[in-house]
Design a protein around this ligand. Structure first.
Ligand SMILES: Cc1cc2nc3c(=O)[nH]c(=O)nc-3n(C[C@H](O)[C@H](O)[C@H](O)COP(=O)(O)O)c2cc1C
Length: 354
């Protein structure tokens, strides 16, 4: 039996959300997915100081559109006052929910006592949660990993933060089933998610880790008992994953993968939305990495991938579409991602958070 996923005042038709993904989950990616069945999305981690002081990239990170709701703005920071001030600004800009990131494993972020570092400093994490709660009320959500590392101390620290979020009436907690120390190595521990949800039945738990296709999403949902699935790498270049998950939830068989014309329509839409945020020139660069991910669904994926990599301008982009997407045909199913580490590395080296 499927329950609706509730996040604060929002009841979602399917128990899935599009993850925060640094360098990816901008308004363009979110809206392209929403038009294909994604019910809720999270921004990439936004640095509180950038939100407050108007640093580089601020406005692009804050772009929303009317069909981009409900949406959570995710914050990264180390000081309670700054996080609270940034949270207020997110609400003023129209974000429906504020999400606090205590999960990011990137060295630069950890070194500045942000993201996953806060899992090792529950006192500071709790001070931030309380101050943000006082500043905006809610709805608030939290992104955690299953601990800093595999030690007993890390398990206790996770518990303290989780329990305080429950006391403060956070609307949901997303948990990535890897430790911060693990970064992206090894497998996400779904059994941790299962045990967590069994111990904390009253908190809305979103499970994250190794959800690369709709079948993975269903498997996580059914085997762990989490309230919803946080779809991350599996949604990059595959906005259809939400509708596919819905079909499986309804007991239907997996729909055929999107055909080439459906892929082209999504690529064109995604590109146009990216132009709205970044302008023509920057949009081509942003879309190059998106195109690379979309190529996985193309029957001639390797060639499309190679040509998307070389895109430097809109005319290069148009050429790839004209070469590979001009006639219709069946798409290739997405089952797994072999270059997951590459996605992550290319993004974090560009200063992004995770
Ligand atoms: C390129 C990349 C960027 C990410 N950026 C964020 C981020 O900004 N905020 C966040 O909460 N998680 C971020 N994550 C973590 C994902 O949301 C997710 O928890 C993680 O990838 C595990 O899920 P998956 O194995 O299904 O991809 C990022 C992950 C990747 C690969």
């Amino acid at each position: 039996m499927r329950n609706h996923l509730k996040i604060g005042p929002f009841t979602l038709p399917i128990p899935a959300i599009e993850a925060g993904l640094a360098g990816y989950s901008d308004m363009a990616m979110r809206v392209t997915a929403r038009r294909r069945g994604c019910p809720y999305a999270v921004t990439e981690a936004l640095l509180d100081r950038v939100i407050i002081t108007g640093g580089r990239g601020r406005e692009k990170g804050l772009v929303l559109s009317d069909d981009d709701h409900p949406v959570a703005g995710q914050l990264l920071g180390s000081e309670a006052e700054e996080m609270a001030a940034a949270a207020k600004i997110l609400k003023e800009y129209g974000f429906d929910v504020v999400d606090l990131n205590f999960a990011c494993p990137v060295k630069k972020v950890m070194g500045r006592c942000r993201g996953g570092y806060l899992l090792s400093d529950p006192q500071q994490a709790i001070a931030i949660m309380r101050r943000v709660r006082d500043a905006i009320g809610g709805p608030l959500t939290l992104k955690l990993r299953r601990g800093l590392d595999d030690s007993m101390q890390a398990a206790e620290q996770f518990e303290q933060i989780f329990d305080e979020a429950e006391r403060l009436e956070f609307a949901a907690i997303a948990v990535h089933g890897r430790t911060v120390e693990q970064k992206y190595t090894g497998k996400a521990d779904w059994d941790f998610l299962r045990r967590l949800k069994a111990r904390k039945p009253n908190m809305t738990v979103l499970g994250s880790g190794d959800v690369f296709c709709a079948v993975d999403a269903l498997r996580m949902y059914e085997t762990t008992g989490v309230d919803g699935v946080w779809i991350a790498r599996g949604a990059i270049g595959n906005p259809w994953i939400f509708a596919e998950f819905e079909a499986l939830l309804n007991g239907q068989s997996l729909p055929p993968p999107p055909g080439i014309f459906a892929q082209r329509a999504a690529l064109l839409e995604h590109f146009q939305l990216a132009v709205d945020i970044y302008g023509d020139e920057l949009a081509s660069r942003q879309m190059r990495k998106m195109g690379i991910k979309y190529s996985r669904l193309h029957p001639d994926g390797a060639a499309v991938w190679r040509d998307f990599i070389a895109v430097k301008s809109q005319s290069d982009w148009d050429r790839v579409l004209a070469s590979y997407y001009a006639s219709d045909g069946p798409g290739r199913p997405q089952t797994s991602i072999s270059d997951a580490a590459d996605i992550y590395n290319s993004c974090s080296s560009a200063g992004a958070a995770a």
